[in-house]
Ligand binder design. Structure first.
Ligand code: GUN
Length: 281
């Protein structure tokens, strides 16, 4: 069987084009959605991510404000910057790129972001709202996964959804979102007794482990929908997911590629959150 490819790149482009349209409507009302991006230190991967986010802003017509602090910046420096951005009425969204240098508490910084501007959806208030089904910002990777499934008309209601990986950024929030869509959710992790057995039950399998090619054909049943959240760099510098694509794809009905699957959706949903924040202001 040849699976349908869940094309995150094309879907992300479509979402960005829809947002571009929305932003031009907002401009007629004198509203310019604005994202403040804070980066501390010189982690090369973080700088690449931030550059991509700023590029997406530019494409859509979102104004991005850039705050680049050196790794010598103190925790207080970062906290006061966030507070200043909280009280700036022109700023709709605040993104502090993680990881932060070890002398700065990520928790404290996230807790300081005004939940009304928490476009990353990392604040405990955002997480709490998601858990009880209240409106609020949803973190971008899980939000992107749901959006990708919806845009391919993949039904979630009543389906067995198995997630591997229980991180705060992906595993836990995607569990909440799939539950909100009436999926039957199993959240697996490193202590799960029989992981292969759990995974083989899945109609929808979400791999968010961070281990290259861990999910092989032994972990899936025929017809499964596979979403691969992993981005792992191999020794030859190539990228691969948590799913062994060559082995799993022939069994799947739908599958995300890496790269070009979940990754681009994350940025599209960040942009969606920023525009929404400007709309509801
Ligand atoms: N670092 C890696 N992914 C993310 C993300 O989605 N948001 C932020 N702020 N930092 C990250």
């Amino acid at each position: 069987m040849n699976p349908m490819i869940l094309d995150g790149k094309a879907t992300s482009k479509k979402i960005k084009d829809e947002l571009k349209e929305k932003v031009s409507m907002l401009a007629q009302k004198g509203i310019v959605p604005t994202l403040a991006v804070v980066i501390v230190g010189d982690d090369p991967a973080s700088h690449v991510y931030v550059r991509n986010k700023k590029r997406a802003c530019e494409y859509i017509g979102i104004k991005s404000l850039s705050y680049e602090l050196t790794s010598q910046a103190s925790e207080d420096d970062v906290l006061s910057l966030v507070e200043e951005l909280n009280s700036n009425p022109d700023v709709n969204g605040i993104l502090v790129q993680l990881p932060l240098p070890s002398h700065i508490s990520e928790e404290k910084v996230i807790m300081t972001i005004d939940p009304k501007k928490d476009v990353d959806g990392f604040h405990p208030i955002s997480v709490g709202n998601l858990s009880i089904g209240n409106p609020g910002f949803v973190s971008c990777t899980p939000y992107g996964i749901i959006e990708l499934l919806k845009r391919y008309d993949i039904p979630i209601s009543g389906k067995k959804c198995v997630i591997v990986g229980r991180s705060n950024i992906v595993g836990k929030p995607i569990a909440m979102l799939l539950l909100r869509e009436h999926g039957t959710v199993t959240l697996c992790h490193s202590r799960t007794a029989d992981l292969k057995k759990e995974c083989r039950e899945a109609d929808i399998l979400i791999a968010a482990i961070g281990r290259p090619k861990m999910i092989t054909d032994e972990y899936v049943k025929e017809g499964v929908v596979v979403v691969d959240v992993g981005i792992n760099r191999l020794e030859d510098n190539s990228l691969c997911g948590d799913v062994d694509y060559e082995k799993v794809a022939p069994l799947a009905s739908y599958i995300t590629p890496v790269p070009g699957g979940v990754g681009p959706m994350t940025i599209a949903m960040l942009m969606t959150n920023v525009v929404e924040s400007a709309e509801v202001k």
